[in-house]
Design a protein around this ligand. Structure first.
Ligand code: BT5
Length: 326
């Protein structure tokens, strides 16, 4: 009901709508309308209430509320079901839990903050309140489990497209799961999967996007390695607009992957890559080496040319060596 009231107020933005008219259009009592208005105000909506003229929506809160996402998102699958939290341990944990219990493909989990946001290999992800997009998306593709790592690359391309398109920030992708600007991390992606031998039950793509975090608000250990869109642009960005654009790009690429495979996406990934062509130090499972990153293959693995020949890196950490200046 609250979503329908908000839709009515939005349709007549800048005008007043009487309680009587809202009650009539939605077939509820005026008292019920009044109660919903009080709840919306408590959620942070700035609603002007005038005894004769009625109600007018002045401003929506800067929160990732389902009603706000639904009003702006243009997707068909992603975001059909939105689970919203003000605080949570990790949106990926919640997404995995509800996916195991049967949540539909396209369900998203968003939270204003996370107190145990997770990176890869048990590392943490700093997720302060109201200043980032901490988001997990549940997919149930008919791919084979071997294809799953490419979903990380797909998500990286989708987020890069959204940030470049909407914010005009020329960020680049560092293999496999980071989006950087000027050498500093702007976005991290954590893809997790539940699968049988030959079929995927579900994939959860977790995305952490630093949107409106001030430089001094990053913890000391991240000061030199992390950045946010507001730091880069010198002004805050609408988290709702960016979230909706990311979902749109993600859905477009996901449908493309289902219909025609990943090759077009991998090509676009190459275009945005800041890893290819660089000297890299690789810390893989049980091995450590240095070489020149030359390409990714059709599995999304990084190919590194070393003194001992070409190495294929399926998982691991890669750091890019700064170019020598003479
Ligand atoms: C990642 O891991 O980059 C994946 C991060 C995924 C976070 C999202 S948020 C929504 C969803 N729910 C979750 O619980 N997680 C996902 P990794 O490549 O392992 O990088 C982790 C490292 O990045 C840390 O060890 C820090 O050095 C650094 N880091 C932590 N928080 C950061 C932040 N907010 N911005 C930039 N760097 C950060």
């Amino acid at each position: 009901m609250r979503t329908r009231i908000l839709n009515l107020l939005r349709q007549r933005s800048g005008e007043y709508l009487s309680g009587e008219e809202i009650a009539r259009q939605l077939d509820v009592s005026r008292t019920a309308v009044w109660k919903h208005m009080q709840e919306l105000k408590q959620e942070g909506y700035a609603i002007d209430a005038h005894s004769r003229r009625g109600y007018s929506l002045r401003q929506a809160p800067d929160l990732l509320l389902p009603a706000e996402i639904q009003a702006a998102v243009k997707t068909k699958i992603l975001g059909r079901d939105i689970r919203y939290f003000t605080h949570i341990d990790s949106t990926n944990n919640e997404a995995k839990k509800i996916a195991a219990a049967g949540a539909a493909e396209g369900t998203i989990v968003v939270s204003e903050s996370q107190n145990s946001g997770r990176g890869r290999l048990s590392r943490g992800w700093y997720s302060p309140e109201h200043s980032g997009i901490w988001l997990s998306v549940i997919l149930r593709p008919a791919f084979s489990p071997q294809e799953a790592p490419k979903c990380t690359l797909l998500a990286a391309v989708a987020i890069t497209r959204a940030i470049r398109g909407l914010c005009k920030v020329d960020c680049g992708i560092k293999w496999p799961n980071d989006i950087l600007y000027d050498g500093k991390k702007l976005v991290g992606i954590l893809t997790e999967m539940s699968a049988e031998m030959d079929a995927i039950n579900h994939i959860v793509i977790g995305m952490g996007i630093n949107v409106n975090i001030a430089q001094q608000d990053f913890p000391v250990e991240l000061q030199d390695i992390a950045t946010s869109l507001s730091i880069i642009l010198g002004q805050p960005i609408s988290r709702i607009d960016l979230l909706c654009e990311i979902l749109l790009q993600l859905e477009e690429l996901y449908i493309q992957a289902i219909d025609t495979g990943f090759s077009g996406i991998l090509n676009e990934w190459r275009k945005y890559s800041i890893t290819i062509g660089q000297t890299v130090d690789v810390i893989g499972v049980n091995r450590k080496f240095t070489g020149i990153a030359v390409d990714i293959d059709e599995d999304g693995a990084l190919l590194v040319e070393t003194d001992n020949g070409r190495q294929k890196v399926i998982a691991g950490d890669v750091s890019i060596r700064p170019k020598k200046t003479s």
